[in-house]
Design a protein around this ligand. Structure first.
Ligand code: ADP
Ligand code: MG
Length: 705
């Protein structure tokens, strides 16, 4: 871009014809529009189709916006007091339709001239089978010239903006004024011809022009496609380039062999046959570790898919090459559980395994840290305490984090620095399935492995929705399961660890439970966030050892607890949980051979979204489907795993709906980077320049996952 072009695009918005200091202030405050360029990029969120006229008789409830030419008559005020409205009848040569106003009644009554021909535009409303248009846009037909009919853009506006004349019409005028200044040379092409041809795209300038003022539907579609392509393609190009640079430049420890223990474990110790998916993933990890490059891999696998075994075997490779390994879990309970299962799994192999959390103190801690630094300890399992500075390894070769969304980017960065001459290989395990679209965007620069198969013999959890009216039935259902020798989880929501109300809720639940399940007959464990770690652990253990039949808890049991004998989960106040959280919770049951159940308790009043969530849960056990549904319901910005992922970059594309385009862009980007990873080739120079000018300063895009 020429410097002249940049100067014009960066011109403060107050200098645009029709703006001035007052409106400029509002544009900045309300819409973050500071410069000409910002205004150019503030795309309309929809267009009014004013290219055609409708006849009153053809309009039915399937229409949304209509434009009708007709004569207005019978303007009258109907109803009284708060139900007062202005009504008018619009008539064309096919029929009659009512127009209604609830606001500005006096003004419209004064200004509408009965008997004149108007062009009426608006969204239809159907009431008692009759169609009307509330608050239509009106213009005298005699004042509208034929060539004025077009797709009119509609921009985001606010009341304050409207009050200062920047309503729908005012915003349109601004853009018109902008295009008097902005000519083709200011919006140079950023795509090489070969891409324009291949994708059949219009030029960048045309796209900007037509997104604001398309002459027809096709022009609007072409502009939308072109601008979506820009957003998605350059994003992918950047990710793929980062990934390729990392692979080329970042050296990793070279694990040349698997080691004796790996073979021994695989032949003699492994307690079950690995699933095909586990084998596939272990192969992928093994290839990474043996490549000489640094591994930065995300491992996705639904709850219960057997990620732990993948972690164990990956660690054995690190150990087999003389290196140490560590695993971080988000909670003490989960870390403890890993510790125990590692001890069991790796027994008799001469491997030194240690546990570290905030609760390991004093002399014990001191000795542990020494043994870690000298290399006496081979595997360290624990909580984020592992990340603290005094924790020094002799030679950490592989670091694994479990349940990834609980660790922030900064925390993972600390892991990188625990390496000696280069960062340890990183494996990030998550049980929250990430929809493919998200995986391609938020984790586009990571390698991704997926365990898409559960160990054999798992039964689907039968899920039911119940309300307070069914409470007695639910209690009976619990008693039946206990009579069969099974155990039961009852989970209460806990949004914040410190929320008093949530705790009260849980304690009330506990007390009423004591009435239905008297102490003489039933034993109940209780675990919540306010308890000391040791007490929680004790209660957990009582449940694990089957000393208690019911475990009542807050979401602390969300991740990782493994009690195959538990075959029923009751979730209280289900409406307060997110979909992926519910799926995680349900994953705690269905681990044994018996039929398991999940009961979702809610109040009687549910939001539309709440109903959708419950129905999704009752319909499917598939984590990927649930994650997709979650993404659709909540939008990408709110789904776990997507914070810090730069979604505000996407102004016009929608990572759910534009899945196919994302895929195309990614494939194009991969092919281009494969051949020309620095984008030096003359054919790619436009790409390089555009990337450097626009995609440098995005936060969080370091080589840390
Ligand atoms: P998650 O992926 O949720 O961490 P885990 O690793 O805890 O799952 O595994 C869940 C359960 O499945 C454990 O009891 C584990 O021993 C068992 N398991 C894992 N892999 C297999 C397999 N291939 N065959 C049978 N059981 C398995
Ligand atoms: Mg796990």
């Amino acid at each position: 871009m020429s410097s002249n072009a940049r100067i014009i695009l960066d011109t403060p918005i107050e200098y645009l014809k029709g703006v001035g200091p007052v409106k400029a202030d509002l544009l900045k405050k309300e819409l973050k529009i500071f410069t000409y360029k910002d205004l150019l990029h503030d795309f309309p969120f929809r267009h009014l189709d004013k290219t055609q006229f409708h006849k009153i008789r053809e309009v039915n409830r399937s229409y949304e916006y209509v434009q009708i030419k007709g004569i207005i008559n019978k303007v009258q005020i109907l109803g009284n007091a708060r139900k007062k409205r202005l009504s008018a009848v619009l008539k064309d040569d096919t029929g009659l339709m009512e127009l209604v106003w609830f606001k500005g009644i006096t003004w419209f009554e004064k200004n509408i001239v009965p008997g004149m021909e108007y062009i009426v535009y608006g969204k239809i409303n159907v009431f008692n089978g009759r169609i009307s248009i509330p608050h239509p846009e009106l213009e005298l037909a005699s004042k509208v010239k034929e060539q004025q009919s077009h797709f009119a853009p509609v921009y985001h506006s606010t009341e304050k903006l409207s009050a200062k004349g920047l309503d729908a019409k005012g915003r349109r005028t601004l853009i018109k004024n902008l295009f008097e200044v902005i000519k083709e040379d200011l919006v140079p092409e950023n795509l090489p011809d070969y891409l324009l041809d291949k994708m059949d795209l219009i030029t960048r300038f045309e796209a900007f022009k037509n997104i604001h003022f398309p002459s027809n539907k096709d022009a609007l579609e072409a502009a939308t496609l072109r601008l979506k392509f820009d957003e998605l393609f350059f994003f992918q190009l950047r990710l793929i380039q980062l990934k390729s640079k990392r692979k080329k430049n970042l050296k990793g420890y070279h694990f040349q062999e698997l080691g004796e223990n790996f073979h021994l474990f695989y032949k003699e110790k492994i307690p079950f046959e690995l699933t095909g998916a586990q084998k596939k993933v272990i192969k992928e990890i093994r290839a990474d570790l043996g490549s000489g490059a640094h591994m930065n891999r995300l491992l996705q696998g639904d709850v219960g898919s057997g990620k732990t075994m993948v972690a164990v075997m990956s660690m054995l490779i690190a150990l087999g090459n003389g290196y140490q390994a560590c695993l971080l879990a988000p909670t003490e309970i989960l870390a403890q559980q890993h510790y125990k299962s590692f001890l069991e799994n790796l027994e008799g192999l001469g491997i030194e395994i240690a546990f570290l959390s905030g609760s390991v103190k004093g002399k014990k801690r001191k000795v542990l840290l020494e043994d870690l630094a000298t290399g006496k300890i081979n595997i360290l399992l624990g909580t984020h305490a592992i990340l603290e500075d005094p924790v020094k390894f002799k030679n950490l070769g592989l670091a694994i984090t479990d349940e990834q969304h609980r660790f922030g980017v900064a925390q993972r960065a600390k892991l990188w620095h625990k390496g000696l001459s280069c960062p340890p290989h990183i494996l990030v395990m998550t049980a929250t399935p990430i929809p493919r679209t998200l995986a391609m965007t938020s984790y586009g620069d990571l390698d991704v492995s997926v365990i898409d198969e559960l160990p054999p013999g798992r039964k689907l959890v039968e899920t039911m929705h119940k309300t307070e009216a069914n409470r007695l039935w639910v209690i009976g259902f619990i008693k039946k399961r206990i009579a069969e020798g099974r155990q039961v989880y009852i989970v209460y929501p806990l949004i914040e660890e410190s929320s008093k109300l949530d705790l009260q809720n849980l304690m009330q639940g506990y007390e009423s439970l004591l009435r239905d399940f008297p102490k003489e007959q039933y034993q109940i464990s209780i675990v919540h966030g306010r308890m000391k770690a040791a007490d929680k652990e004790l209660e957990m253990q009582r449940f694990v050892k089957k000393e208690t039949q019911i475990m009542i808890a807050t979401t602390v049991i969300e991740v990782g607890v493994n009690v195959p004998n538990a075959s029923l989960m009751i979730i209280e106040n289900t409406e307060r949980f997110g979909l992926s959280q519910l799926h995680q919770l349900r994953g705690r049951v269905g681990r044994g051979a018996d039929q398991s159940y999940c009961i979702l308790m809610t109040g009687n009043k549910l939001s539309k979204e709440g109903i959708e969530r419950i129905q999704t849960m009752c319909r499917t056990n598939d984590g990927f489907l649930i994650a997709e549904a979650d993404l659709k319901l909540r939008g990408p910005g709110n789904v776990d795993n997507t914070q810090q992922s730069g979604f505000d970059l996407f102004k016009i594309s929608d990572i759910v709906k534009d899945h196919a385009l994302i895929k195309t862009c990614r494939q194009l980007a991969i092919r281009i980077i494969e051949k020309d990873n620095t984008l030096e080739h003359p054919l790619n120079i436009k790409l390089k320049n555009f990337l450097e000018a626009n995609y440098q300063l995005i936060k969080g895009w370091s080589n840390i996952s």
